[in-house]
Design a protein around this ligand. Structure first.
Ligand code: ATP
Ligand code: MG
Length: 575
């Protein structure tokens, strides 16, 4: 490609509303342009990268035996009513009516459509297992689109769905997909981790997320220092604390804590570390349909620990997502403000975190306005119904597998694999006949990759102050030839053209920067670095005068003078 005929839409200024480096660099290097919130156009250079990512994903999916299909973006409401997601999905699902007043939505994901396809097309266990995938546009009306294509409203996902006669077959395909994802992210040159993940309310059992490690990541993931244990913090299990039975049980006494409302205030007032104080949170119980009811449930934690809402929302009886009791509700129920709550004669079901249960002689709210209990004990003063794991793990906690301690890192979720089970196949009646001619509901897996998000995630990991540094496999071009003042030197022009033609003939992707009159050498250099093309060859009259050209690797910036006549041979080896 010749730069003189190519849309290199670079920007010098740092775009004001771009918060993360990948978003800034994607705009500055001219990979994308914003149309409206969460909607982006891919410019030629960006599209080249996106197509390379897509090709790697497709190649590995095909190699794993999955079959590519293409399903409509527009989906009829009836299917979503069958799965009940028409009513359970919030405003993220973009709905509209057609000219006949029928309800439709823009597909945020395709479980319903694929299950509908499979229930019609598949009839026998002999057709299973089957794994169908597509690489296609999704629309989710995200509450907070941000970070450019990282969290967009319209984005490209690779979504695959597998169908099985039994769980053992599902497990097998799940493991194949896990391995397939590792090959994809290896080929993309990403530093990533597969972590155990929450399967949310989608109804599955086993799930892993693939995270690209980056400080700008929205997710927090935890790792063991000694073992393979890695999990999303939403679900990372806390290890059981050893009870300390050495402390002698003391007699509780009420203490005046005035207007203290937070753990920090109580800790200061009573001169007690927050780890010896208990906090009590009231949440709504679930009604028969799982919606928040008027009944309350108490959740009790150690003062220095944080409630993990994902874990807590899975407790029997608790409404999902977690809904905290309002101050008025607490006042009416117990006659005090939230800061004075404690598991003391509390007429509610109480779930206590393991780390709170092992405490002795602790401080807790007295359920009396302005008072706490000092030296409270479970044996004498307080009660809980069940000891559970509802806290968020912290850096340095023992790993739940007993090996090593946990470290925290931030990650960008680029892939997610799921054992869905029979949630959709049951709801939509997708069954096949087994060996004995009996109808069996299929079990399902689903496997997503954020294709457009990968491009941004890759830049988060591969950049320096000068711009992007593409891994070879997804660079828009392998080589940029910077010809210096070609309009003044025929020799420069000819030599550049000859290298360009020879490499192109070899199938190499080369950008020839021939914008001579309009663009200064300085700008060409700066732009070649901003664009992140892995290899650069500079051809100048001065160099050619003593028979040399200059090669630079983008990643390490090392310049190397090459004899001009050996340039082709060198590049053929290096690229
Ligand atoms: P997130 O927690 O980031 O919202 P999700 O759990 O909703 O992701 P899935 O439904 O599992 O995501 O979708 C599969 C993949 O699609 C994700 O792993 C992610 O890489 C990508 N993805 C999801 N939402 C977006 C978005 N708004 N913009 C770009 N990519 C997205
Ligand atoms: Mg999401």
């Amino acid at each position: 490609m010749r730069a003189s005929n190519y849309l290199l839409a670079t920007i010098k200024e740092t775009p004001a509303d771009a918060e993360v480096i990948s978003h800034r660099l994607m705009l500055r290097a001219g990979l994308i342009r914003k149309l409206a919130s969460g909607l982006y156009t891919w410019l030629p250079l960006g599209l080249r990268v996106l197509q390379k990512v897509t090709a790697i994903v497709r190649d590995e999916m095909n190699a794993s035996g999955a079959m590519e299909v293409s399903m409509p973006v527009v989906q009829p409401a009836e299917l979503w009513q069958e799965s009940a997601r028409w009513s359970t999905m919030g405003p993220e699902l973009a709905r509209f009516k057609d000219r006949h007043d029928r309800d439709f939505c823009l597909g945020p994901t395709h479980e319903e459509v694929i299950t509908d396809l499979v229930r019609n097309e598949f009839s026998s266990y002999k057709q299973l297992p089957a794994n169908l995938y597509q690489i296609q546009t999704k629309f989710r009306d995200e509450r907070r689109p941000r970070f450019g294509v990282m969290r967009a409203r319209e984005f490209i996902m690779k979504d695959a769905y597998s169908f099985h006669i039994d769980d053992a077959s599902l497990q097998q395909t799940y493991e194949q997909m896990h391995a397939c994802y590792c090959r994809i992210f290896d080929r993309l040159g990403l530093d990533y981790r597969a972590v155990i993940a929450d399967s949310g309310n989608i109804g599955g059992s086993t799930s892993h997320e693939f995270h690209v490690l980056a400080d700008s990541g929205e997710d927090q993931i935890v790792f063991s220092s000694e073992s393979d244990y890695a999990a999303n913090i939403e679900l990372a299990a806390a290890s059981l604390p050893a009870p300390d039975e050495s402390a002698e049980i003391k007699a509780a006494s009420e203490v005046d804590t005035g207007t203290c409302a937070t753990i920090e205030e109580v800790a200061k007032e009573l001169e007690q570390p927050s780890a010896t104080i208990i906090k009590t949170l009231l949440v709504h119980a679930a009604d028969d349909e799982g919606k928040p009811s008027d009944e309350m449930i108490a959740l009790v934690l150690r003062g220095d620990q944080q409630l993990n809402e994902t874990k807590a929302s899975k407790l029997p009886g608790v409404a999902t997502p977690i809904r905290f009791a309002g101050e008025d509700t607490i006042e009416t129920l117990l006659g005090c403000t939230p800061g004075c709550l404690g598991p003391v004669k509390l007429p509610l079901k109480v779930y206590a975190d393991h780390s709170a249960v092992v405490l002795r002689n602790f401080v807790c709210g007295a359920n009396k306005q302005g008072f706490h209990l000092r030296n409270a004990n479970w044996s004498d003063d307080c009660h809980y119904d069940e000891a559970v794991d509802i806290r968020t793990v912290q850096e340095g906690d023992p790993s739940p597998d007993g090996r090593g301690v946990l470290a925290l890192k931030r990650g960008i979720e680029v892939g997610h694999i799921f054992q869905l089970g029979r949630k959709y196949s049951e709801a939509l009646g997708a069954s096949v006949l087994d060996e004995n001619g009996r109808a069996v509901t299929m079990t399902m897996g689903c496997y997503g990759i954020g294709v457009t998000r990968i491009v941004a995630a890759c830049i988060e990991q591969n950049h320096d102050p000068r711009g992007i540094i593409w891994p070879n496999n997804i660079a828009p071009f392998q080589l940029v030839i910077v010809q210096i003042d070609g309009h003044k030197s025929e020799q420069v022009r000819e030599f550049s053209e000859s290298i360009y033609a020879a490499l192109q003939a070899d199938g190499c992707e080369v950008l020839l920067d021939d914008r001579d009159k309009k663009t200064s050498p300085g700008v060409k250099f700066a732009e070649s670095e901003l664009l992140g093309i892995p290899h650069r060859l500079v051809i100048s009259a001065r160099g050619l005068a003593d028979g040399s050209v200059e090669y630079t690797a983008r990643r390490d910036g090392q310049k190397q003078s090459l004899p001009a006549e050996q340039a082709l041979e060198f590049l053929a080896k290096t690229l």
